[in-house]
Structures are given as structure tokens and as C-alpha cells.
Design a protein around this ligand. Sequence first.
Ligand SMILES: [Zn+2]
Ligand SMILES: [Zn+2]
Length: 182
Amino acid sequence: MPFGHDMVHSLATVVDLINTSPATGGPDRLTDLRELGEFVERHQVSGVGELCSSDLNQVRAAREAFHKVFTAPDQATAVIRLNTLLSETRITPRLTEHDGHPLHVHYFAPGASVGEHLSADLGVALAHLLVEGEWERLRTCSAPDCDNVFVDESRNRSRVYCDSRTCGNRMHVAAYRARRRA
Ligand SMILES: [Zn+2]
Ligand SMILES: [Zn+2]
């Protein structure tokens, strides 16, 4: 499953967006315009002007809608939820090579707000992933105190922790201690 650079970027962005949500176990990390600005900066979301409170509300709503796609109990439900999200988003495919990136397609409509921008581009990326039969790769961390989402890019779809260095390592240490006690 070699993802193109564009897909990799979109998936990293949607994962980070969802994981700012308190629904994934940590504090809410998208509570004001400063945090939204940092998110936009971190993922180089292009063509974003002055941010306002309606942007924050829209992005927070998109975050919840994307989280529902990741946590769908089965592929059919993920498809329904993603279609709902896409149906509420204006989409205009357009080739671009802004900021020195190789030629790629943007899907957000001209003049779109940052919330619409994310819904369009990240929504289409997830749509392609589902079309490729890769729905199973949208995962939630298996550590008991962590509900971060991640995209399992391993060859045999065997990844269960959001981050092998943090959650994975913590769980391995716990398992080791449990074995020593036994
Ligand atoms: Zn771009
Ligand atoms: Zn985790």
C-alpha cells in the first residue's frame, strides 16, 4: 500500500485533527484561535486567511465528523458517515503546485473556509482509502487509557498502538512486569 505523498500528508493531518479531541482521552487541544492557527501552521493548510470563531466551530465540527468515520463499527457505516460529511462540503478539484510541492489536486472550493478546506481535502483522501479497500487501517489505539486514532500503514495491518514509543512501549513494559509477577 504505497501511499503517495499527498495521501500521507492528508492522513497525518486528519489523524492529528482527531487526536486534538478530548474524545481521544487527552485534553482538548483545539479550544481557541491560537491553537487553530498552530494546527493550520503545523499542517501547512494553504490559502487560509484571518481566522475567526466560526472557523474554530467548523473545524471542531469536522473533527467530530472525521472521528465518527474512524470509529465506525464496520465499513458500510464508515461509508455512510463519510458520504454525509462529503455531501455537506463544496468540492472543486483543481491542480496546483503551490509552495514548491509537486503537482497535486486540491478539492476545496475557491474561497472555502478552513473547515470546508479540511472537510473537502481530508474527506476525499479518506474516500480514496475506502475505495482501495483499506478501511481496516483506520484504527483506535488499543492501550486501555488511550483512544488516539491512527492509520495502520504496516504491511500486514498488525499495528495496534497509536505510537510504538509511547503507548506500545508502555504496554510492553506492563506485560513484562505482569509476566515477572506471575
Ligand atoms: Zn496543496
Ligand atoms: Zn495510544
